[in-house]
Every structure is written in C-alpha cells, then in structure tokens.
Design a protein around this ligand. Structure first.
Ligand code: GDP
Ligand code: MG
Ligand code: ZN
Length: 260
C-alpha cells in the first residue's frame, strides 16, 4: 500500500484450472435456450464428491456426473461414501470395489462410527478441496469431525426461496493453517458439466479409454455402432454396466443441449 492509499498489484496468480457448470434452467421456462457457463471455483486440487449409503439414497449416476466434471476440469476426484453405519449389510462395498478398480480414491466414512475420518482428513491436507454433495449427505458433519473448531450448522435446510430463480453461487472458503482449504458450496444443488463435447465424453470415463482406441470407427459414440470395443467390453464385464449406463445418460443430456 502506498502513502496515498493506492495499492499495487504485485502478482496475479495464474488460473491453473476452473470448475464450472451450466447455469441452471429457470423453472417453468421450458427446456429450450442456450445455457451459459457459471464458474464455481478456480485452482482446485481435489473435487470431494460426497455421497451417502442411505438418506438420501445412494446415487452413483450423480457420482459419475461429478467425476466427468472433475476429469474435464483437470481436477482430482475423491469419492466419499458417508453414513456407512446405515448399511449394515455392506451393500456399498460393491461401489468401493468398482471405483477403486478404476483407480479412484473412495473413502467409506461415518460420523457415527468415525470410520474413515482420518483418511479423509489426510486426503484434504495441503490441498485446495472443493466439496460437493447433495443436501443431507453429511458434508457439514464430516467437516466438523475433521475440523472441530468449525462448528458448522448441521441439518441446515437449504434456502427454499432461491428455488427456481437464478441462484447466486455462494461458496464458502474455509482455511486451515497455511495450506489446506475447503470450499463448501451450500448454494449449489446441481452441477451440470459445462462445455463437454460429445466426442470427448468417453475420455472422461477413464477406464473406457483403452477400449475407445479399439473401436472400428473413430467417430464411434459407443452407443450402437458395429465394432464398438466399449460395448464389447461391457458385455464381457470388463467395463461396469453401471458406468456405461451413466455414460449413456450423460450423452443424452449433452445431445439435448446441442439440439435446442
Ligand atoms: N447415520 C448417520 N447420519 C449422519 C452421518 N453424517 C451426517 N449424518 C446426519 O445427516 C443429516 C445431514 O447432515 P449435514 O452434515 O447437515 O449434511 P449436509 O447437508 O451434506 O451438510 C444430519 O441429521 C446428520 O446428523 C453419518 O455418518 N451417519
Ligand atoms: Mg451442510
Ligand atoms: Zn465405440
């Protein structure tokens, strides 16, 4: 700062990456029209995708959509599967196996039994973390476990007055020490990946990549084409049918947006 109160910008930090979404559609306005980009955060290391075994119901489609967001933004996704105490039959283990086999870090947690809390804490450490998950999965509870000084409100009902309007993106940057930060995004209900080209989508399902190179046509959309190595891999159970279904669903939403 100079004597006269004016300041000098010493450095503008480069924007290494950014994660954005399509501006949500206004309720009642129909489904047509261009959807603009809304930047949620910049220079993020990890996208922490928080889900729960129950209440709200486990939703792997949503996880896959968020993984695509992370992959297309060059951000490392980490999956957190919370409320494992509510799944005594360990149904969630199938998905722990699936995501680990692809090469993603997935941490099974519970704020009741304290399972996985230390592992999650270590994963957040010395990184910029953007935390995202449906309302009620336990994001605030997990952050309170890891950083007890936080005292975030638990079970907060999201602001219903913002429903159907252009919601402002209210992100909260929480800093811990010099080098750990968590960006909480309580105002963001949905993330629709922005700017993903149809032909790139398959590459954001990273276990598809070795097969994509083997498809007969280089324009293959892995939907119906003869000689599609991705479809063959699904049939041979080398690619999970769940992940393939997520791919098809996302492909359909991208197509819808292109054909407005
Ligand atoms: N059984 C169980 N309940 C949890 C767990 N974590 C959070 N909850 C509960 O889930 C509800 C929503 O938690 P909250 O942290 O506010 O979720 P957020 O909306 O994602 O921030 C609260 O009633 C919490 O007490 C967990 O691991 N197991
Ligand atoms: Mg919360
Ligand atoms: Zn193909």
């Amino acid at each position: 700062m100079n004597k006269d109160g004016s300041g000098v910008i010493n450095e503008i930090l480069p924007r290494k990456n950014h994660i954005s979404r399509k501006v949500p559609r206004i309720k009642g306005a129909g489904t047509r029209g261009e959807r603009l980009e809304q930047i949620i955060a910049s220079n993020v290391d990890n996208l922490i995708i928080v889900s729960s075994c129950r209440s709200p119901k486990f939703n792997n489609r949503l996880i896959d959509r968020l993984i695509v967001c992370a992959e297309s933004s060059h951000i490392n996704p980490i999956i957190v599967l919370n409320k494992t105490d509510l799944d005594p039959h360990l149904h969630y283990e199938e998905f722990v196996k699936l995501y680990s086999s692809i090469g993603y870090k997935i941490i099974a947690t519970s704020t009741v039994t304290k399972r996985g809390i230390d592992e999650l804490k270590n994963s957040l450490s010395r990184k910029v973390n953007l935390i995202w998950g449906q309302s009620g999965v336990g994001k605030s509870s997990l952050l309170n476990e890891i950083f007890p000084s936080l005292n975030l409100k638990i079970g907060m009902i999201s602001d219903s007055t913002s429903k159907g309007k252009h919601t402002t993106v209210t992100s909260l940057l929480l800093k811990f020490g010099n080098d750990t930060s968590v960006i909480d995004t309580p105002g963001i209900r949905e993330i629709d990946p922005y700017g993903i080209r149809e032909e790139d989508l398959g590459h954001y399902f990273k276990e598809f990549v070795p097969f994509i190179n083997e498809c007969k046509f280089n324009t293959c959309t892995h939907d119906h084409e003869p000689g599609c190595a991705v479809i063959k891999a699904v049939e041979e159970k080398l690619i999970s049918a769940e992940r393939y279904q997520s791919y098809l669903n996302l492909r359909a939403t991208i197509e819808d947006d292109m054909n407005f």
